[in-house]
Design a protein around this ligand. Sequence first.
Ligand SMILES: Cc1cc2nc3c(=O)[nH]c(=O)nc-3n(C[C@H](O)[C@H](O)[C@H](O)COP(=O)(O)O)c2cc1C
Length: 184
Amino acid sequence: MSVLEIIKSRKSIRKYSSKEIEDEKLATILEAGRLAPSWKNKQCWKFILVKNKEKIHQLALKAGFISKANFFIKDAPVVITVCANPKDSGFMNGQHYYLVDSAIAFQQMMFAAWEMGIGSCWLGAFNEKNVKKILQIPENIKVVALSPFGYPAEKNGLYAKAVKTFAGSKNRKSLDEIVRYEKW
Ligand SMILES: Cc1cc2nc3c(=O)[nH]c(=O)nc-3n(C[C@H](O)[C@H](O)[C@H](O)COP(=O)(O)O)c2cc1C
């Protein structure tokens, strides 16, 4: 798949098959994150890869911002959490660049996964305190995002259908709405 084909076909996956992800494919996903650009090449991130089913169940039960909002991750064979030390990145114009660094790295991982037929779903609505407790993340480290990774199930679950409806996942604004030429 070309990069453009990956970009065009990728979608958030919220229902996973039970098939495990092969170790070499997991290594490729992590490598895609490792190679990402970052502020002064500081690479402020840490990627926490969880395969342990009990731990994934804990995350499914407690990692959601509201109740069990992200309970669907329970069936994923792998959950990766990206976190960062803000001190290892920049701060300029009121912007924390650890968020940018980590987001680029995570997106690269998601694209690499998709190329190999592996789905993911960026989770931003998480309870940081609970995630930190479950994954034993130190106080000074920020959790940026989590994502399940796994082969998509053949049929979408109810949750996937509901989120697609309320988030309007298929819709994108037109270029007219988001592009300005020469000035705002
Ligand atoms: C910063 C961010 C936070 C998100 N948080 C969640 C989340 O907590 N739960 C969820 O199911 N999807 C979450 N998503 C996924 C979006 O709903 C999804 O990307 C969007 O609806 C577009 O759909 P698509 O990814 O299938 O193209 C998040 C995406 C981003 C970029």
